[in-house]
Design a protein around this ligand. Structure first.
Ligand SMILES: *[C@@H]1O[C@H](CO)[C@@H](O)[C@H](O)[C@H]1NC(C)=O
Length: 196
């Protein structure tokens, strides 16, 4: 699964990319209002919680090099961590890593769904319908995705069939074959300490 040729291609792309800032855009796929709560990895700033109204897109600016995770709480529901989106922007080689993790609460099927780079629909992490083969269920799974882009999309909630924010639902094969998968260490910050 891990291909150094593909990693080298990503690095080359990253070197030529000039991006002013990082963004994460939440795309609500249903009518529920939600609040997104962020947790920075140790040493990273906290990002204020943000409200995402039903059916709307909300873009959050992410600090340079920020690493951490976020989860969604639907209005009226109990506050507790659920399906996590995990990110490491401008990380190793300038690459931005991301994934969706069901490790904390695999039964949260109403919040974070999928993440992908804003300008393309692959690689993708997460599932439109959980469970699927593109999310973390066990800590030693290898499901982290990488992009040279610094604008990410994250879909929330349950879309009516056929109207999901990410239109290409049939990219499973390409998603697996054309894009390398990385260890979760790349979004938890552990890769840097392991290399020392
Ligand atoms: C949200 O963003 C997606 C992706 O760019 C777009 O297709 C959709 O129309 C946007 N929705 C709204 C309500 O702006």
């Amino acid at each position: 699964m891990f291909s150094f040729v593909k990693v080298a291609a990503l690095l080359a792309a990253a070197a030529t990319l000039v991006s002013a800032e990082n963004t994460l855009t939440f795309i609500s796929q249903d009518s529920d209002a939600r609040t997104l709560y962020f947790t920075g990895n140790p040493g990273h700033d906290e990002i204020e919680a943000v409200k995402v109204p039903g059916g709307k897109n909300v873009t959050v600016n992410i600090p340079y090099g920020w690493e951490g995770n976020f989860f969604s709480v639907t209005d009226g529901a109990e506050y507790k961590p659920g399906m996590l989106g995990e990110v490491a922007y401008n990380s190793w080689g300038g690459i931005t890593f991301f994934d969706v993790s069901a490790i904390v609460d695999p039964n949260d099927h109403n919040g974070v769904k999928q993440m992908w780079p804003a300008s393309a629909e692959e690689p993708v992490s997460g599932c439109e319908i959980f469970p699927c083969n593109f999310a973390y269920y066990l800590p030693d799974d290898v499901q982290t995705r990488a992009t040279h882009e610094t604008d990410l999309f994250c879909s929330l909630g349950n879309a009516a069939s056929g109207v999901t924010a990410r239109s290409l639902l049939d990219l499973v094969e390409r998603n697996q074959e054309d894009h390398p998968f990385f260890a979760r260490d790349f979004v938890t910050g552990k890769w840097s300490t392991k290399r020392q």
